[in-house]
Write a protein that binds this ligand. Structure first.
Ligand SMILES: Nc1ncnc2c1ncn2[C@@H]1O[C@H](COP(=O)(O)OP(=O)(O)O)[C@@H](O)[C@H]1O
Ligand SMILES: [Mg+2]
Length: 264
């Protein structure tokens, strides 16, 4: 059984139809790269999966459970719970500037386990949970190479380091699928490598990930499957060898030629 099934997702903003029937599925442990020109709907698709946008029609099935069906109505609380299945790392890091690195990573899990707890917690419970969360956060920050920066503020870090904090922060919520929206596009070229390396390590550790990227070389080497999006549809889908090596659609061929020109 597929881990994630996306069926018939449509999304419109006013009169503009941005997603025009998106269907795909992915397996546990798979890395899916999504490529395509600016404006093709990649960010909107990720935002739909993270429930930051509400698809107008379609359904999302995770582990065999229908977690979203556009025909149903969901409460804010239900949407918050569903959102936890997906982590999202943004292009522009979106760290809280007023908090330390460690605090940035601990904040959301504390909100979830303490502030939104359904049972009444004693002071001792809260202290125990906080220390568990901090312990886990330290481990995650170590895994992205930032043990030395726990008490620093985002403004004291390079863009690559900030993005690695954002990755640790997303992992702290233990998402089933981790999504990245052009995670290196705001970075100077010399800093992209350190972020891509972390993503590669997550892949090697078996993480299921969806990666919207313009790093064609990385998509080709790190992804198991590639989606090429154009004008709100999946124009081409296949293994990196298929999509990059022998693309079938004219639009894919033309897009890949253009990306190659930009590199050379
Ligand atoms: N909130 C919004 N309101 C209106 N139009 C939007 C909104 N978000 C995205 N769009 C439009 O949807 C299209 C696809 O955008 P986007 O998903 O950001 O594409 P990509 O990430 O592939 O560049 C664009 O034409 C964009 O202007
Ligand atoms: Mg985008």
């Amino acid at each position: 059984m597929a881990l994630l099934e996306v069926n018939g997702i449509f999304k419109r903003f006013g009169k503009t139809e941005v997603l025009k029937g998106i269907d795909f599925s992915m397996e546990k442990g798979e890395v899916l790269a999504i490529i395509g020109s600016s404006g093709s709907g990649k960010t909107t698709l990720l935002r739909c999966l993270n429930f930051l946008e509400t698809p107008d029609s379609g359904r999302i099935v995770l582990n065999g459970d229908e977690i979203y069906n556009a025909e149903n109505k969901y409460t804010d609380r239900e949407i918050r719970e569903k959102r936890l299945n997906f982590g999202l790392v943004f292009q522009s890091f979106n760290l809280f500037p007023q908090y330390t690195v460690l605090r940035n990573v601990c904040l959301a899990p504390e909100m979830m386990r303490i502030n939104q707890s359904e049972t009444k917690l004693t002071r001792a419970d809260k202290a125990r949970i906080k220390s568990e969360i901090a312990e886990n956060a330290r481990g995650l920050l170590a895994s992205v190479g930032l043990s030395e920066k726990l008490m620093n503020y985002p403004c004291e870090l390079s863009g690559g380091q900030q993005q690695r904090v954002a990755i640790a922060r997303a992992l702290a919520m233990e998402p089933v699928i981790l999504c990245f929206d052009e995670p290196t596009s705001a970075l100077d070229p010399e800093l992209t490598g350190e972020v891509l390396r972390v993503i590669k390590e997550l892949k090697d550790a078996g993480r299921t990930m969806i990666l919207v990227t313009h790093e064609m070389g990385f998509a080709r080497s790190a992804a198991d499957k590639v989606i090429f999006m154009a004008d709100g549809v999946i124009e081409e889908y296949g293994t990196p060898e298929e999509v990059f090596g022998s693309p079938r659609s004219e639009k894919t061929i033309s897009f890949l030629e253009k990306s190659l020109e930009n590199i050379t």
